[in-house]
Design a protein around this ligand. Structure first.
Ligand SMILES: [Zn+2]
Length: 54
């Protein structure tokens, strides 16, 4: 994976605001949505095990 300069940068496939797929890397861990010009970052929080409803 040579196209990921930072291991902490999670790559989103869609803009969470407008749903566009044209995302460009911004400073640090941020992404720019070309369609709506919003800059956002995706943060990995952790894993959650599935809950068993009873
Ligand atoms: Zn967008």
């Amino acid at each position: 994976m040579s196209d990921s300069p930072s291991p902490s940068r999670a790559a989103p496939f869609y803009c969470p605001y407008c749903g566009d797929e044209d995302l460009r890397p911004e400073e640090d861990t941020a992404w720019l949505c070309v369609a709506c010009r919003r800059v956002f970052a995706v943060r990995f929080v952790g894993l959650r095990t599935a809950e068993v409803s009873r």
